[in-house]
Each structure stands twice: as C-alpha cells, then as structure tokens.
Design a protein around this ligand. Structure first.
Ligand SMILES: NC(=O)c1ccc[n+]([C@@H]2O[C@H](COP(=O)([O-])OP(=O)(O)OC[C@H]3O[C@@H](n4cnc5c(N)ncnc54)[C@H](OP(=O)(O)O)[C@@H]3O)[C@@H](O)[C@H]2O)c1
Length: 314
C-alpha cells in the first residue's frame, strides 16, 4: 500500500482540484488525496499532511500526524486554532512569493511616493497642478518585519534609491538598511518613516500593535502600506488618523474580515486604497515543488523542515 498524504483545505475550496493536480505532479511517487476521500484506517497511517486553511476538527481526525506543510506563508490561524496539537507546523517560504511581495512593496511605495492618489483626484477635478517633488533619497521607508519578505522588500527599496529603516524582534543587520529591534525602538522607526510598510506576522504581540499611540509617532503626512494582516493595525485608530490627515493615505491589502464587507468605511474613504489580498499570492507550481522537496527529504531521513515556534507565534 502506497503511503497517503492528505491535502486538507476548507470545505468547498474551489482550488482544491488544482492543488491536488499540482501536488501530484510535483511528487509522482506519493499518493496525495483529498482528506474526504480517506477512511479512518487510511487516516491513521498519515504522519504528514499538506494544508490550506484547514478546519481544526479535520486535522484532529489524523491521529499520527507529526507535521503539516502549509501552502500559505501566514499560519496564524493554524497556530491559534490548534494550540495544544502535537504536530509541527511548516509554513511556505518560497523565493517566488518573496519576489512577488518585494515587487508589490516597491510598486505601492512608488504609488505613494509619486503622489498618484492626489494626481488621480486632481484629474477627476480637471485640475492642472504640479505638486512639489521630493526625491526617493529624501524619503524614508520604514519596514516592520525583516523576515523572508521584509528582507527582500528592503533590498528592492534600497535599489530604488529610498532610505530604508527596518524593525524586527531580534537585532538584524542588512546592507544599507538602518535596523532597529524590540518594542521600545518602534517609536524611533515610526518617527522617521514617511512611508510605513507592515510585513509582520500576526501574533499575540503584533495584534493591535499599530494603535493610536503608536500611529501618533508617524510624521504628519506619512503613509501606510499593510501587506501583512489586518488586525495588526487598530482599524479605529487608522480611520481617525486618516480623517485628521495625520496619515495621508493607506494602502490596505489585508483586513480583519475578508472579503471586506461592502458596508465597511475603507471602501469609500478617499485616502484609502483597498486591495483584495493580492500583494503576494502563492504560486501553486513553485509552492508544490517546495512542498515536494521537503516531503522527499522527510521520507529519506525523517527530517522535518524548520517549523513555526508556537510560543512566539510565527
Ligand atoms: N498579503 C499577502 O498576500 C501576504 C502574503 C504572504 C505573507 N503575508 C504575511 O506576511 C507575514 C510575514 O511573512 P515572512 O515570511 O516575512 O515572515 P517571517 O520570515 O517569519 O518574518 C517575520 C518578521 O517579523 C518580525 N517580528 C515578528 N514578531 C515581531 C515582534 N513582536 N516585534 C518585532 N518584530 C517582529 C520577525 O522578527 P525576527 O527577525 O527578530 O524574528 C521577522 O523579522 C506573514 O506572517 C503573513 O501574515 C501576506
């Protein structure tokens, strides 16, 4: 009997079939199957599963599970929903996704830096008016999170000529980036950031981190890009900062509720750009190859790739 690897996704996931096909193609020696297709004896043999937004109760039907490989980069739901689960969580770290995110950070930083929201408003009013130009060299981008995504974004911004500051939990050193670490240093980063980019994971420590008191450290007229997770930014505090023009513009790709409900204020706010969680989508083919390589190694010598630290939360 071929050992089976369940693919566990949310019920009704429209992409389940495409994932199954890509995963089977990337690991022809393995038997990858939808969880629903497996009976209890088959489930009892599984020590590894591949997951995409699984329901916690589905994972509890796999009694011998040692680890799960997520096909997403952010795994806060897995960590929160199954705090006492015995298995390890491996998240996707994919150079393709990293590159896509770095591109998104550069694209939307330039959108803000070159005043595109204001020029769009002026065009709508048939107004011919040149705004003062400020060079990239005179603009500081503050990056919150210097992990896989933050580090690559920093390099792209440095390459585009911006001054870049970065913030992480542990002290990090990156070429041409002024780095800060620890909560006590966050106000220092905010104070110098003309454009603030959030690439932090959502954890107990980062939930609500950018509240009214923190946002108040930003210079008047600063902008915000949130490509991480919605609840890191206090939504009420952000609205207030936008309404008072302390924050000039916010580009939001992530929200506490997704899809963003139609009655939410963000849709209609003149100083908000709403994006439907598209800054860095997983590439199904590269992700499947990475998962396949990790599972091949595990079959060879039992090695489980670096896992999420459940206490840290990322
Ligand atoms: N919008 C999208 O399409 C999209 C796509 C992919 C990912 N994401 C989000 O992006 C997040 C980051 O991804 P990643 O791969 O870069 O994660 P990562 O490699 O785990 O890096 C996380 C970074 O955040 C820092 N950090 C964590 N907690 C902190 C805290 N309390 N204070 C200060 N710094 C803290 C870490 O500090 P240390 O370096 O000191 O550990 C690290 O630099 C993911 O968790 C996910 O939610 C969004």
């Amino acid at each position: 009997v071929k050992r089976v690897i369940p693919f566990v996704c949310a019920p009704g996931d429209a992409e389940a079939g495409d994932w199954l096909e890509a995963l089977r193609c990337a690991m022809p020696d393995e038997n990858v199957a939808l969880l629903a297709a497996l009976d209890a004896p088959a489930r009892a043999t599984c020590t590894v599963a591949i997951v995409a937004n699984p329901r916690p109760e589905d994972l509890r039907t796999l009694p011998r599970l040692r680890w799960v490989h997520s096909v997403w980069a952010g795994v806060e739901r897995l960590v929160n929903d199954l705090p006492d689960a015995a298995f390890d969580i491996v998240r996707l770290v994919d150079p393709r996704l990293t590159d896509t995110m770095a591109e998104a950070v550069l694209a939307w930083t330039l959108f803000l830096h070159r005043d595109m929201p204001q020029y769009a408003r002026q065009q709508a009013a048939r107004q011919w008016h040149a705004l003062a130009y400020r060079s990239a060299q005179d603009t500081t981008v503050g990056l919150l999170g210097l992990g896989a995504l933050g580090e690559a974004a920093a390099a792209r911004l440095v390459g585009a000529g911006f001054k870049v500051c970065g913030w992480s939990r542990h002290a990090r050193s990156l070429p041409d980036v002024t780095t800060y670490s620890g909560l006590e240093a966050l106000p220092d980063v905010l104070r110098v950031s003309n454009i603030l980019v959030c690439l932090l994971p959502l954890t107990a420590e980062t939930r609500g981190l950018l509240d009214a008191a923190m946002l108040a450290h930003l210079p008047v007229g600063a902008s915000l890009i949130n490509f991480a997770r919605g609840p890191i930014v206090d939504e009420g505090a952000l609205r207030e900062a936008l309404d008072t023009s302390h924050i000039r513009h916010a580009v939001l790709d992530v929200f506490d509720v997704e899809p963003l409900p139609s009655q939410r204020w963000e849709w209609a706010h003149p100083n908000v750009t709403v994006l439907p969680h598209i800054s860095a989508p997983t590439d199904r083919d590269t992700a499947s190859s990475i998962v396949a390589a990790h599972i091949r190694r595990y079959r060879e010598d039992g090695t489980i790739p670096p896992c999420v630290d459940r206490v840290r939360g990322y």
